[in-house]
Design a protein around this ligand. Structure first.
Ligand SMILES: Cc1ncc(COP(=O)(O)O)c(C=O)c1O
Length: 454
């Protein structure tokens, strides 16, 4: 309940919320937060929540990592802001680009900075358009992605995103083509093996390229594991089946690692977990462990060399943001990479992800209404179904995942409803005890909601 002077009422009065279920937030009140400790956040009323979504996938080192805050403070004292235009840039920006290439799967390459993942995807698309036009292929402008992909919200990245909600904006723009989502459990046909499903998707890709004309396609973007589409790992052999086709037609493969990058899937990059080498990587979120808005386009050797040649031809690449390569963001990112890779966080993900999977699988096995558990590393989703054997979903009007997530919130656990799934992507610092707290509260919420719906 909100009173007129409450934080919740004031939040409602002045906030134009994005991606927020308005009837639910008006009824329940927003959760207004003041601070965090480890994987927990605290609201204005002193209530503690275990944030099993790491904020928005990004606060991987928790909400009070002193080393990260100190790195930010030190850089604010030293050199608090600068850009990267006109051949002037901060030393921290140089150091971070060096580091990103060092930890990337590429033996050389170059890095371009943005303020967000959406802008990094937009920038990559502009790079591809610029490159193809410069190389005498101005018709190569179409972008291939998949249904259920999430690549962001700016006009181009929203066009890449494969979600029906973008129809309210009249998107996608022309020239953005969405292929079948590689989710075997949901989209496999009756009697079709997983291998045959993967082959069908590879054939669809080749048919699409031939129908549209390879000389009209600029690039193919894919998340190694679809994140905001509902944590969907690719079907077995997916990237191994599609990459040769893309190579055959000279279409660059861009790995959108905004969620998967820096440890979420158990390796530094999701493309390593799924064993493919892309032509470029899009990074954000974990890049600064959530402490600074920053995105990066990490170009592999071939794209880097070709783009550099294209830019030299007209003397510049006419694109950039005021805060591209911000020194404070770069200093934080340098520290965040060190924290994730060298302070035991990546190790913790590897050590505890089998335990996380086993705990969630046990919850699924005990529940009549969890149809699928899917994920890898520290990113998982449980999909609610009305009927397990037939995978029949609940009626959309029941808002089953919102109910589960709201019940979790009441119990002091933050998790995210996505379609009919509940997403769990905890910070990398999670302990076994905290994981057990998560399991307990989640199962309590599932039992309560499914009992109400019975
Ligand atoms: C895979 C992926 N790409 C791009 C984005 C967009 O990033 P941002 O919200 O920073 O614009 C997201 C955000 O969740 C994402 O998950």
């Amino acid at each position: 309940m909100t009173t007129p002077q409450s934080w919740e009422a004031r939040a409602d009065e002045y906030s134009f919320y994005g991606f927020t279920d308005l009837p639910s937030v008006h009824q329940r009140g927003a959760v207004v937060l003041t601070h965090g400790e480890g994987p927990y956040v605290f609201d204005v009323n002193g209530k503690r929540y275990l944030d099993a979504n790491s904020g928005l996938w990004n606060m991987v080192a928790g909400f009070d990592h002193k080393g990260l805050a100190d790195a930010a403070k030190a850089q604010y004292d030293r050199f608090p802001g600068y850009h990267s235009f006109f051949g002037r840039l901060s030393d921290q920006t140089v150091l971070l680009s060096e580091k990103l290439i060092e930890v990337s799967p590429f033996d050389h390459g170059r890095v371009f900075y943005t303020n967000s993942g959406s802008e990094a995807n937009d920038s990559m698309v502009k790079m591809l358009w610029f490159l193809h036009a410069s190389e005498g292929n101005p018709k190569r402008r179409k972008i291939l992605t998949r249904w259920n992909a999430y690549h962001g919200v700016t006009v181009v990245s929203a066009s890449m995103t494969g979600k029906p909600y973008n129809e309210v904006f009249g998107l996608p723009m022309d020239g953005f083509i969405h292929l079948t989502c590689p989710h075997y459990w949901r989209f496999g046909q009756e009697g079709e093996t997983e291998q045959a499903f993967t082959q069908r998707l590879a054939q669809e890709l080749e048919d699409t390229i031939q129908r549209e004309g390879a000389d009209t396609i600029a690039g193919f973007f894919a998340e190694p594991v679809m994140g905001a589409g509902g944590v969907i790992p690719p079907s077995a052999g997916y990237f191994q089946a599609i990459q040769p086709i893309l190579k055959k037609y000279g279409i660059p493969l861009i790995s959108d690692e905004v969620i998967c990058g820096f440890g979420r899937t158990g390796n530094t990059w999701g493309c390593q977990t799924f064993d493919f080498t892309p032509d470029a990587i899009i990074s954000s979120k974990n890049l600064t462990a959530g402490l600074f808005p920053m995105g990066a386009v990490i170009l592999g050797p071939e794209l880097s060399d070709r783009l550099q040649a294209a830019a030299e031809k007209i003397e510049e690449f006419p694109h950039g943001f005021t805060a591209s390569g911000h020194p404070v963001g770069c200093a934080i990112a340098l520290k965040a990479i060190d924290v994730v890779m060298n302070e035991g966080l990546a190790e913790n993900v590897n050590r505890l992800s089998p335990r996380l999977e086993a705990g969630l699988r046990a919850i699924m096995d005990r529940s009549e209404h969890i149809g699928e558990l899917r994920g890898v590393g520290f990113m998982w989703a449980l999909e609610a179904v009305k009927d397990k054997p037939t995978k029949t979903p609940f009626d959309g009007s029941l808002s089953v995942s919102e109910r589960i997530a709201n019940t979790c919130t009441d119990l002091g656990l933050i998790c995210r409803p996505l379609g009919q799934s509940i997403v769990l992507c905890p910070p990398f610092i999670l302990t076994e005890e905290q994981m057990d707290e998560m399991f307990e509260k989640l199962e309590q919420a599932l039992n309560k909601v499914f009992a109400e719906l019975a």
